[in-house]
Structure formats: C-alpha cells, structure tokens
Design a protein around this ligand. Structure first.
Ligand code: NAI
Length: 246
C-alpha cells in the first residue's frame, strides 16, 4: 500500500489502459479521481474499484475543455485536499491519409490528446507546487517516436506529448514535480479492436515479442513512475512495446 493517502487523477479511465492504471493505483492505496467523457463507463469503473476495497470518485469531463478541467481539479482539491499523481491518458484516433484527413479531425485529435494533457498539467501544477511533490505521467505512443502512415494527426499529438513531458520536467523539477512519458506499442483495447487483420498482423510482425500487450503491461510501468521508487527519474520516455520501436 505504498500509495496510501495519495490522490491520483487518471484521465480517460472509463475503460482500457486508463482503467487498468486506475485500478492498479487504487490497489496500492491511492484515492482515484476517474475522469472520462463517458459517464456509463465511469460508473462501472467506480463500482469495480470499490468492490476491490479501493476509493474512487467519478468526474465526467472533456479533457479539451479548460473550464471543465479547472472545475474538476477544484472539486478534487475540495474533496481530498491534495493531488499527488496525474496520469494524462485520454486519447482518441481519427486515422486517415494526409490527402483525406480533414482539418477538423486534425484539430480534434490534437485537442484531446495534446491540449488535454497540457490543460490538466496546468490545472494541477499550482497544487503540486504547494505540496512540493507531484508525479505526472503522460501516455504517449511508439508512433510518437516513429511516425505512422495514416496517423499524422495522432502521431503528431503523441510526439507533442514527449515535448510537453520534457518541458514540464525541466520547468517543475525545482518544485519536486516529476514528469515522464510512457510509449506503448500495440495494446489490446477497444481502440485497437477495429483495426483490420492486415494492420494487426503488420503490428505483430514488427514486434519482436510477437504478441500484443495488455492494458496491465502499461499500468505496471505507470505504477512505478507514480510511486516514490522512481523519484530520481524525470523527463524520461519509456517504451512498453514488446521491442517494437527498438
Ligand atoms: P480507449 O479508446 O479504450 O480508451 C480511451 C478513453 O479515453 C475512453 O474511455 C474514452 O471515453 C476517453 N476519452 C476520449 N476522449 C475523451 C475526452 N475528450 N475527454 C475525456 N476522456 C476522453 O483507448 P486505450 O487503448 O485504452 O488508450 C488509452 C491511451 O493509450 C490513449 O492515449 C492512447 O492513445 C494510448 N495508446 C494506446 C495504444 C493501444 O495500442 N491501445 C498504443 C499506444 C498508446
């Protein structure tokens, strides 16, 4: 229980990787603010965490909406008095070739994946500075390191998250705040469920371990980066990708 009395925000935690992270942090004693745009998934997630003896509250929030984000952070501070961990996990895809990709789908993916992480970082920074302690983990992607055809919007947002991570790490280190990024490879979730068989095969072909990761594989690394055991690590990008981007 080495996260006992810690307060953690996990965005996009209604399902998938975000929920696996929230569940693991809760199992280690953290109080969890489950943040998602999907209310039904939040309700399910909260009862699952509570059934395991964890503590969770739900917040319906669009991470790209500054007013919404500020209100959620204020509520969490009012309720629990502190914020120790922020995991910027909410993310979407709107894949298309550059010639077909609409400016609207460019803006939307950047707004949720990149601006959303900036807004939550901005909203929690003052509280973490006051505490002289905070852990921020941004969920990037291997395509943020390597690029990917038909994902110019998504891979740009994920590369942008790496820039945000390093800038945040440098700017807030003096205040006891660490910021790192995790770059998952191919992980089995709703997000990757609808990929064509050909796309899945090509991901697996380029993964030396030859199998897809599970949300728990990402959660285990986030747990380490959220815990005091990783206190001397900041501004780092760590892949969880079965070797894909090596
Ligand atoms: P998912 O689609 O299963 O879950 C994403 C969650 O984010 C959903 O619960 C969704 O409702 C929420 N969300 C979407 N837009 C939101 C918004 N505007 N405000 C608040 N919440 C919002 O996806 P998955 O696979 O769990 O992905 C989680 C993160 O991991 C994403 O950032 C994704 O880009 C990243 N990732 C996933 C990989 C994979 O293979 N599944 C690989 C690399 C990175």
């Amino acid at each position: 229980m080495h996260l006992k009395d810690r307060v953690a925000i996990v965005t996009g935690s209604g399902r998938g990787i975000g929920f696996a992270i929230a569940k693991l942090l809760a199992e280690h004693g953290a109080k969890i603010a489950l943040v998602d745009i999907n209310k039904d998934d939040l309700t399910k997630g909260k009862s699952e965490i509570e059934s395991l003896g964890g503590i969770a509250k739900t917040f319906v929030c669009d991470v790209s909406d500054w007013e919404n984000v500020q209100n959620v952070v204020k509520e969490i501070i009012n309720e629990w008095g502190r914020i120790d961990i922020l995991v910027n996990n909410a993310g979407i895809t709107r894949d298309n070739l550059i010639l077909r990709l609409t400016p609207e789908d460019w803006d939307l993916v950047i707004a949720v994946n990149l601006k959303g992480a900036f807004l939550f970082t901005k909203a929690v920074a003052r509280q973490m500075m006051k505490q002289k302690y905070g852990k921020i983990v941004n969920i990037s992607s291997v395509v943020g390191l390597m690029g990917n055809a038909a994902q110019s919007n998504y891979s740009s947002s994920k590369a942008g998250l790496i820039g945000l991570t390093k800038s945040t790490a440098k700017e807030l280190a003096g205040k006891g705040i660490r910021c790192n990024a995790v770059a998952p490879g191919f992980i089995e979730t709703e997000m990757t469920k609808n990929l064509s068989e050909k796309a899945v095969q090509s991901f697996l072909d380029s993964t030396p371990l030859k199998y897809a990761g599970r949300p728990e594989d990402v959660a285990n690394l986030v747990m380490f980066l959220a815990s005091p055991e990783s206190d001397y690590i900041t501004g780092e990008v760590i892949r969880v990708d079965g070797g894909m981007a090596m």
